[in-house]
Ligand binder design. Sequence first.
Ligand SMILES: O=C(O)CCC(=O)C(=O)O
Ligand SMILES: [Fe+2]
Length: 342
Amino acid sequence: MTPDIETIGIADLFEPSSSARDRTDARIMAAAAGIGFMAVRDFPGDDWLTPDKRAQLLRLFALPDEEKQKLLRWNFDRSKKNVYRGWFPLQPTAVSYKEGIDMGPDLADAADASVSDDPLCEPTPLPAEDTLPGWRAAAADYYRAMETVGNALMRSIARGLGLPETIFDAYFDHGISTLRLIRYPLRNANAGVDIRGPEFSVVHKGETRTIIGREHADSGFVTLLAQDGVEGLQAKNLAGEWIDVPPANGTPAINFGQLLERWTGGRVRATRHRVIAPKTARFSIPFFYEPRVDAEITPLPLDGAEPFEPFLYGDYLWESATNFVEMSGIKHLRQPRSKKAS
Ligand SMILES: O=C(O)CCC(=O)C(=O)O
Ligand SMILES: [Fe+2]
């Protein structure tokens, strides 16, 4: 039998070096190199992982359509300038049946609102304060809390790989992490969309289940994913079987992204995951912990790791992220910044 997804207490990661911290590092590395999924508990800001606090962020979904439409991005509304940050509406013919918002670091620190011409650094369109009083401050606090946990995991992963714990630090100064809020409503059987195709359903435990989040691996370094009490998320284990990632308050699921998989020459696993339709609407809040846009990713000094050509994080991310359906039609809007790009 393959082991289940472990829940790891990470309080030690916020303390000075100790043998307890070494053990936590080793458990994290074992999860990262093994199943590629874990859950964590006991960290600063974990009060954000309670239903009440999450509900503060999810208030966004109760806004009237006209307010959500103000936040749309260019591929859904050609009058908008933002192409990467902002609202993505339901796309009923797509396998992934979800709506939501992608928010960047300017949410947490207005000074990060960019003067750059890079769409990966564009400011996030956000609802006006009087439309949703207190929401921005709550979302900004959440962003900062998850960034702190991301930092702690990043250092733990460095130590777990046997590298200096600060080896990744400079890459994450002014990172472009994304806080995403997602709502998956129930699919309306009368919407005139044919979802009988094989991509739209899977058989799980003998039952046919509709897919609402297409199978994928995340692009970034690590993802901190809060689920709102409703099942549906599944991860592919080492045996190639789909296992449930149960939603639990206080313990976000953590998975590792393709950037980290590449960077570590395959030592860490970017586990594929998907969402199958539950009986009620489902909400989730992934935080994609990511480096700075101009980080040059070069092979780490790891024995036996698969070598690779250095690349710029922004170039890699754009190529990868724009393959997702909610980013469709924007790939041509950014050219690689790498000097070596041909
Ligand atoms: O909704 C979920 O639980 C998963 C979301 C996800 O995998 C993603 O946005 O990358
Ligand atoms: Fe994901």
